[in-house]
Design a protein around this ligand. Structure first.
Ligand code: SAM
Ligand code: SF4
Length: 469
């Protein structure tokens, strides 16, 4: 299906989704276990099966859902966790999303759009912390088109810090563009294009998007299709949990992923789970319509891991450190760290100014602290961008992921990037924790097919070479 402006189709069949929700009500334990047995085969779940897991309210069965998600996560992704930082380019926005601090009607917010030089200053700070992957975030404003966004991406790639840091993959979170606009973005060499539908429930969508271009539900719904038509191979979707019934949102999100795969041959590269956080000037953000408890949130992540086992799942610093730890085990494969959510925040000496930021953060730790804790808990942080730079994107990446590629290639590559991080950026405490993890991992790698090649590459990185994979 392509986006036809004359006749845009709504491929989210709300009636079918409600039927699944109603039919799944209070499922028998045997049915839940049957679905979990299928999920354990890592072939994904249908909407009907995902609805059964969502409807389960028995705490013992919930534990079984979590245990199955953990097993699937471990066998596909191992202990690796991809890290990135968001970089806010502009908080100017002409839309009126009632949950967001950047809302055009919010007069308390100080508006700022970074110049190309200011972008470079921010990038240098992030590079000096050890970041290699950034997610650029933009408000939507008629003054900022695809050409300007392309320039901002190019400014990021062109910036090298004194410590020879470099950004190797730039992902984008911006409002939907036309196919031509996406072609322009693609020509800047972006990685993933990310855009969240916020809510798949049309009446709720209309209520929370009062004005501006974002009020057009179908324009947004077809954004991923247009991005792929514009030559962007990796796209990321999501819903803003809290706006409407989480069961409807999750099933609709999975239906969106299925539709994209049916139409283009490849599903989303990533799925994100923003959960509403208090935002300046937004009353509804402090009292969201659907209450997403931590337990519910964990179930949403675990069920998604089982439903789309080969799709990357992203968690932001909206959530606190303790919950993020649990979510890592349940299915998350990428997370942001050391994040700041307003333009200019990384080079702001008076950081933590609520009058400019998008929403409150749950995890304010630095990248170094996050890495230390991950290493202590046996997780391997990864800044690897090899697939993207070798052209292994879209369906090509998905095919490889399904053949156990992540274990054989992504894990050793992750360890090489960890070696770089420990040598170039880590504090003494983090270096000690990371070295212990590396030493242990080297023993495991020695048993693998790629063991010899890995130890040669590791030695070269230890001796000072960079960006090997
Ligand atoms: N302006 C673009 C758009 O709306 O697609 C991209 C940037 S917007 C800042 C990125 C995402 O932030 C939105 O898609 C929304 O899901 C999320 N967001 C907005 N307000 C939020 C809040 N109060 N808490 C958590 N996430 C929020
Ligand atoms: Fe603007 Fe995006 Fe915030 Fe809506 S969510 S107000 S479009 S920045």
């Amino acid at each position: 299906m392509t986006y036809d402006p004359e006749n845009p189709q709504d491929f989210i069949d709300a009636e079918k989704i409600w039927n699944h929700i109603d039919a799944a009500n209070n499922p028998a334990p045997d049915r839940v276990r049957e679905v979990l047995a299928k999920a354990a085969e890592m072939k994904g779940l249908s909407l009907e099966e995902a609805a059964v897991l969502l409807a389960c309210e028995d705490p013992r069965l919930d534990d079984e859902i979590f245990a199955t998600a953990k097993r699937v996560k471990e066998s596909i992704y191992g202990n690796r966790m991809v890290l990135f930082a968001p970089l806010y380019i502009t908080n100017e926005c002409s839309n009126c999303c009632s949950y967001c601090g950047f809302n055009a009607t919010n007069k308390e917010l100080t508006r700022r759009t970074l110049t190309m030089d200011e972008i470079k200053d921010e990038v240098r700070v992030l590079e000096d912390q050890g970041h290699k992957r950034l997610l650029l975030v933009y408000g939507e404003h008629p003054r900022f088109g695809a050409e300007w966004m392309k320039e901002t991406v190019e400014a990021v790639y062109a910036t090298q810090s004194e410590k020879s840091g470099e950004i190797r993959r730039v992902n984008i979170n911006c409002a939907p563009l036309s196919v031509d606009g996406f072609k322009t973005l693609a020509s800047a060499g972006i990685g993933t294009y990310q855009c969240f539908q916020e809510t798949y429930h049309r009446e709720t969508y209309a209520k929370v998007h009062l004005k501006g271009k974002k009020a057009d539900f179908l324009w947004r719904l077809h954004a991923m299709h247009r991005a792929m038509a514009g030559g962007i191979d990796d796209v990321g979707m999501g819903a803003l949990f809290g706006l409407f019934d989480h069961r409807f949102e999750l099933l609709a999100l999975l239906a969106h992923a299925q539709q994209l795969e049916a139409d283009t041959g490849v599903g989303p590269h990533t799925i994100s789970f923003p959960r509403i956080e208090p935002a300046l000037g937004s009353e509804m953000s402090t009292n969201p319509p659907d209450v997403i408890t931590d337990h519910r949130f964990k179930k949403i992540v675990a069920i998604t891991r089982l439903a789309v086992p080969y799709t990357g799942l992203i968690m932001s610093t909206r959530e606190n450190g303790e919950l993020r730890r649990e979510l890592m085990e349940l299915g998350v494969s990428q997370m942001s760290a050391g994040s700041r959510t307003y333009p200019g925040a990384y080079s702001d000496p008076e950081y933590d100014r609520p009058e400019v930021q998008q929403f409150c953060l749950g995890d304010n730790r630095s990248l170094d602290e996050v890495i230390r804790e991950m290493a202590e808990n046996g997780f391997t942080p990864s800044w690897c961008t090899a697939c993207y730079r070798k052209g292994r994107t879209g369906d090509h990446f998905m095919g490889l992921a399904k053949q156990g590629f992540i274990q054989e290639f992504c894990i050793p590559n992750a360890l090489l990037t960890l070696r770089e991080y420990l040598s170039d950026y880590a504090s003494p405490e983090t270096r000690a924790a990371g070295e212990a993890l590396l030493a242990k991992s080297e023993e495991t790698m020695a048993q693998r097919k790629c063991g010899k090649e890995f130890s040669k590459l590791l030695k070269r990185v230890t001796d000072g070479e960079r960006d090997l994979y």
